[in-house]
Write a protein that binds this ligand. Structure first.
Ligand code: SF4
Length: 239
């Protein structure tokens, strides 16, 4: 990413912080294994359902080794509320057993010593873990300066013109090459909020958008002054 794009990201971050504030961040970062399982469960569902599935899993199995040894059916039973039970059970079991095979324990501590892109490569080497899940683990659990690309970040950064890419993973790698220091969490979280409340897939509310002056979207909808800012947004909903 060139200096101009970096400056544009910083400017966007400032404008979003001005509108939405600095997103809160837990002082104690969640355990990376828990984060990985939680993010797998969050795919294509909402926060409530993925939270319930995660709680069911923890209640039933107590420790991750028990999940690793459980049958796919037993895992699926506990997480079915989050949908895609078979697929998610397989991804979770495969991830936990992969860690046991590699590290002899269920821990992602080895990732802490690895740079961002190689760490993404390590995490995505587990079948069922994609770039988005891996990048969420790096940002939210390991405090790395990485901006995951969900459906909202994909749509907004391409509309604004920070990158031009045909899918989320390509967008992720273009966006995160020399991402400006220290602002990935704020940028990512506020951009999701922008995508949910203002820059919606259909009829974006460009008239009330804090980025309207610097956005390059050719189909800007400046007449639309409605937003849904009252709606609460949940961090991992549908990412
Ligand atoms: S100006 Fe419109 S298209 Fe551009 S980011 Fe804002 S809402 Fe989205």
């Amino acid at each position: 990413m060139d200096k101009r794009s970096q400056n544009k990201i910083k400017k966007i971050n400032d404008l979003l912080v001005e509108r939405f504030g600095v997103p809160p961040r837990n002082k104690k970062l969640p355990d990376p294994v828990e984060m990985t399982v939680g993010t797998i469960l969050s795919q294509n569902t909402n926060d409530n359902n993925s939270y319930k599935a995660f709680q069911n899993l923890k209640k039933k199995f107590k420790i991750w080794n028990d999940v690793a040894n459980a049958s796919l059916n037993d895992i699926e039973k506990e997480i079915k509320v989050a949908g895609l039970g078979k697929q998610k059970a397989a991804a979770i079991k495969n991830f936990l057993n992969g860690l046991l095979e590699r590290e002899k324990k269920i821990s992602l501590n080895f990732i802490k010593k690895i740079d961002e892109f190689p760490a993404i490569e390590e995490l995505t080497s587990f079948k069922g873990i994609g770039v988005k899940t891996a990048s969420c683990v790096l940002l939210f659990s390991l405090g790395r300066n990485i901006c995951p690309v969900d459906t909202h970040v994909f749509r907004t950064v391409n509309r604004i013109g920070i990158v031009k890419a045909s899918d989320r993973d390509k967008t992720f790698f273009l966006l995160n090459e020399n991402f400006p220091e220290g602002i990935a969490h704020s940028f990512h979280t506020n951009l999701i909020r922008l995508g949910r409340e203002i820059c919606k897939p259909k009829n974006p509310s460009c008239g009330v958008c804090p980025l309207k002056k610097i956005c390059n979207y050719e189909e800007k909808n400046l007449d639309n002054k409605k937003s849904t800012s009252e709606k609460s947004f949940m961090l991992l909903d549908n990412i």
